[in-house]
Design a protein around this ligand. Structure first.
Ligand code: FMN
Length: 388
């Protein structure tokens, strides 16, 4: 199913050497330990947590402390932080490092959600150069030997691009890599990611790896991004929703020989059903609660079954399951020998959205310095996100 196009290579992020230049994109509500373990079982690379709010971490919010806990099989342990305040971000990084809770820390500067950008957080923040520099510099210093990376968007909109400045600043601050989701906040998840922007960042940031992100739906896409942009690795988000085995295909296409089994994935419906069942079981373990775990797997049903001959009734029933035995009964009704359906199972999945004018604090775009007014907006930019 997968043909190797790009030359086999590894990726080094600080002291971490990965067998394949592949990173699972942080996705809130998705990349918990259950999904990360599942993806890792198929492939090689780095598997990043969903974003963790620095304030909630520093306050040791119980949910947050659970979210940052890795399974013993998860090495290296990777945690993404979201913060807007240099001191809180530094304290959160210090907590992770001093308590030996992470082997890699990523900072999120790409969130386009209006309730975040309205207060100057997420993708709006790198517009304020001094604040961005302060957060990244203090975080990188606090991280010490633990590699710290930055994930960002191109900017706020096409007239207010930030990624090249942010890339240079992050490089100077001592980050171990930078990742670019090649869209602006205004684009949300619409249209096509601007891969040439990844090439431009690669020309700008020369001393640490540049990772490309956006619209990788297959291993061939990943290989093509690496060839077309010269990026050092890929970050894959929506493409692996309902397809955790994509990480096996990616390792075979991009990684070292032997990084994953040489057998190509034969994604029959039986294969998909086993992956779905395993995902549900890992979610039950993560939540320590069968009903909660099964409730969480519901959102993955349509992604797993995309393109497969499964009737509406079974799909609907799977989307309301509350127990593993219910799942087993429903999966037992499927034609498990049904072959991989090809194009019908491929292509876009997950969020798309339409372009919107980003919500920003008043006067945010007037200056790239942080004035008193902008500081006030930022003061409560994390409050909505307690709990990670
Ligand atoms: C459901 C969902 C949740 C996301 N949560 C986060 C997050 O917590 N942190 C982050 O940096 N990006 C987050 N993203 C953005 C992804 O990491 C990624 O940059 C984006 O989906 C583009 O990559 P893709 O085209 O491979 O999906 C999220 C995306 C989705 C679809």
């Amino acid at each position: 199913m997968t043909t190797a196009i790009a030359p086999a290579r590894t990726l080094r992020i600080g002291p971490i050497e990965l067998d394949a230049p592949v990173v699972l994109a942080p996705m809130a509500g998705i990349t918990n330990t259950a999904f990360r373990r599942l993806c890792r079982e198929y492939g090689a690379g780095l598997y990043v947590s969903e974003m963790i709010t620095t304030r909630a971490l520093v306050e040791r919010n119980a949910t947050t402390m659970r979210l940052i806990t890795h399974h013993e099989s998860e090495r290296p342990r990777s945690i993404q932080l979201y913060g807007v305040d240099p001191a809180t971000t530094e304290a959160a990084v210090r907590l992770l490092v001093e308590e030996d809770r992470a082997d890699h820390i990523d900072l999120n500067f790409g969130c386009p959600v209006p309730k975040v950008t309205r207060k100057g957080g997420g993708a709006a923040l790198p517009w304020k150069l001094g604040l961005f520099r302060d957060i990244v510099t203090r975080a990188a210093r606090a991280a010490g030997d633990v590699p710290l990376t930055v994930k960002m968007r191109k900017g706020i909109d096409s007239d207010h691009l930030t990624y090249l400045d942010a890339g240079r600043i992050a490089e100077d601050a001592g980050v171990a890599a930078v990742a670019l989701h090649a869209r602006t906040a205004a684009e949300f998840y619409s249209g096509q990611a601007d891969w040439p922007a990844i090439a431009k960042l690669k020309e700008t940031v020369t001393s640490v790896p540049v990772l490309g992100n956006g619209d990788i739906w297959s291993a061939e896409d990943a290989a093509r991004m690496m060839v077309e942009t010269g990026c050092d690795g890929v970050v894959v988000g929506r493409g692996c929703l309902g397809r955790p085995w994509l990480f096996g295909d990616l390792a075979r296409a991009l990684g070292q020989p032997g990084a994953a089994s040489a057998e190509p994935v034969d994604a029959t419906l039986g294969f998909v059903a086993r992956a779905f069942r395993r995902h549900a079981e890992l979610l039950v373990e993560f939540f320590e609660d069968e009903v909660r775990g099964c409730r969480d797997i519901r959102k993955h049903v349509a992604w797993y079954l995309k393109g497969y001959p499964v009737g509406g009734e079974v799909r609907a029933a799977l989307a309301t399951v509350s127990s593993l035995s219910e799942i087993d009964d429903l999966l037992g009704t499927l034609d498990l020998d049904a072959p991989y359906p090809g194009a019908a199972a491929e292509g876009q999945r997950g969020r798309a959205g339409t372009p919107k004018r980003p919500a920003l604090p008043d006067g945010w775009l007037n200056t790239r310095d942080l004035g008193a007014e902008a500081s006030c907006a930022l003061a409560d930019a994390e409050l909505d996100h307690s709990g990670g």
